[in-house]
Design a binder for this molecule. Structure first.
Ligand code: ZN
Ligand code: ZN
Length: 101
């Protein structure tokens, strides 16, 4: 189950459950769309994978699965990238499309 982390790992922008700007990699590293587009260029600094839009956990509890039963995460991961270290990662992954990395 996704943690639904509360913020962007690079710029610390708030990314609540209903945000349209939350992007995640397969490990759930979480960044805002602006950082993914302009800083990361769709390369996760932690794993090299690409990002997809994070889904929203429903508030409607009809199915029994909802935010009330499975609350969103509160653990803040805030680790701005090291631009020099990231340059190497970017160079390695940027020309390979995410599904082939
Ligand atoms: Zn950000
Ligand atoms: Zn990642």
């Amino acid at each position: 189950m996704l943690e639904i982390r509360p913020n962007c790992e690079h710029c610390n922008k708030a990314l609540p459950n209903d945000s349209d700007e939350a992007m995640i990699c397969s490990y759930e590293c979480t960044f805002c769309t602006s950082c993914v587009d302009t800083v990361l260029h769709n390369v996760c600094p932690n794993c090299g994978g690409g990002f997809e839009k994070r889904p929203t956990r429903p508030v409607n509890c009809l199915t029994g699965n909802c935010v009330e039963k499975h609350p969103v995460g509160t653990r803040v991961v805030y680790k701005p990238i090291n631009k020099n270290a990231f340059k190497e990662i970017l160079k390695e992954f940027t020309n390979i499309e995410p599904r082939k990395r």
